[in-house]
Design a protein around this ligand. Structure first.
Ligand code: COA
Length: 322
């Protein structure tokens, strides 16, 4: 039996940091409101000349270095993103070109904040079936481009960044399980109102920015994440105490605390990057993973629960023996 295992991780955050204090001069908010209601203190914002593929490329290079692989080794490339540079070529192909990788499948997929977990699941299926021997999996976003910077209810939440992992085959797991889910009936709780194919109607008055019913998203997120946690544990016949680290999607500290409570897990066992990065959507889980790997908290052999939740609505989890 072939399993997939994470061979290396990487991340990239743009240089520019936007603090809560600066936001006070942009919208009617306070540093204290943002910090206490969301857990966010600052976020990184891409430079004018940086697109999602630029961030993705840097994270990918780090992950490839950490895994000790070169462009010639990569035979599968997938990027989870909601903010592609272009409609096509897809971000996977843009990154493939930058990295000098030729011929392998390269694509991006849209599952909003769950994009990385979706991408990881695709890559796991290819590696575990023997169809790929070295998969590059990226979550990358420039959400600052689709946020209304005059809307205090959304602009304080999001940031830009990218995270990546390299998956390789192994005799031992590895990725123990991945679970994905979605419910399109909740689509109007969190969405971006513009695309390419839907004809505009006179009643379409929304601005081309993220639209969110924050309160309702919050409630569905907490409930769904509880279900995700239980599903991952029971599918693997594991007790809650077996999990060494929770690596959650970084959307709101109160949502993360609720998931930790469900796991009976102290917050010291939760990898939290939210204060520094805000919600980087598909990038948040791989960034948090890389932070904890590089600062030495996550060690080989640790059991990690990765989970995410986002627009669609979409959700997913991955139980990982690192
Ligand atoms: N600064 C100050 N006040 C703000 C504010 C801001 N940045 N944003 C909203 N408010 C105000 C609201 O206008 C409201 O005022 P009112 O009572 O006078 O009407 C009040 O704060 C409470 O708003 P509410 O939306 O009920 O706050 P909340 O406690 O639910 O927190 C979120 C708002 C967005 C932080 C929270 O709902 C949340 O995090 N939801 C999930 C969002 C999410 O995770 N999205 C991504 C999913 S991947």
């Amino acid at each position: 039996m072939i399993y997939s295992r994470i061979a290396g991780t990487g991340r990239y955050l743009p240089e520019r940091i936007l603090s809560n204090r600066e936001l006070e001069s942009m919208v009617d908010t306070t540093e204290e409101w943002i910090r206490t209601r969301t857990g966010i203190e600052r976020r990184h914002i891409a430079a004018d000349n940086q697109a999602t593929s630029d961030l993705a490329e840097q994270a990918a290079r780090q992950a490839m270095d950490a895994a000790g692989v070169t462009a010639d080794d990569i035979d599968f490339l997938v990027v989870g993103t909601t903010t592609p540079d272009l409609i096509f070529p897809n971000v996977g192909c843009l990154v493939q070109r930058r990295l000098g990788i030729h011929g392998c499948p390269a694509f991006s997929l849209e599952a909003a904040c769950s994009g990385f977990i979706y991408a990881l699941t695709m890559a796991d299926r290819f590696v575990a079936s023997g169809a790929a021997k070295c998969a590059l999996v990226i979550g990358a976003e420039t959400l600052s481009r689709i946020v209304d910077w005059s809307d205090r209810s959304t602009c304080v939440l999001f940031g830009d960044g990218a995270g990546a992992v390299v998956l390789k085959p192994a005799d031992e797991p590895g990725l123990l399980s991945c679970h994905l889910g979605a419910d399109g009936h909740y689509g109007d709780l969190l969405y971006h109102p513009y695309g390419t194919s839907r004809p505009q109607k006179p009643e379409d008055t929304a601005q081309p920015f993220i639209q969110m019913k924050g309160n309702e998203v919050f409630k569905v997120a907490v409930k769904t994440l509880e279900g995700i946690v239980d599903q991952a544990l029971s599918a693997n016949n594991l007790e809650r105490s077996a999990i060494d680290w929770l690596i959650p999607h970084q959307a709101n500290i109160r949502i993360i605390q609720a998931t930790a409570r469900r796991l009976d897990m102290p917050m010291e066992k939760v990898v939290l990057t939210l204060p520094d990065h805000g919600n980087t959507s598909a990038a948040s889980v791989p960034i948090a993973l890389d932070v904890a790997v590089r600062d030495g908290r996550v060690k080989r052999g640790d059991l990690l629960l990765l989970e995410a939740f986002g627009g669609g609505l979409t959700w997913g989890s991955a139980l990982v023996r690192y």
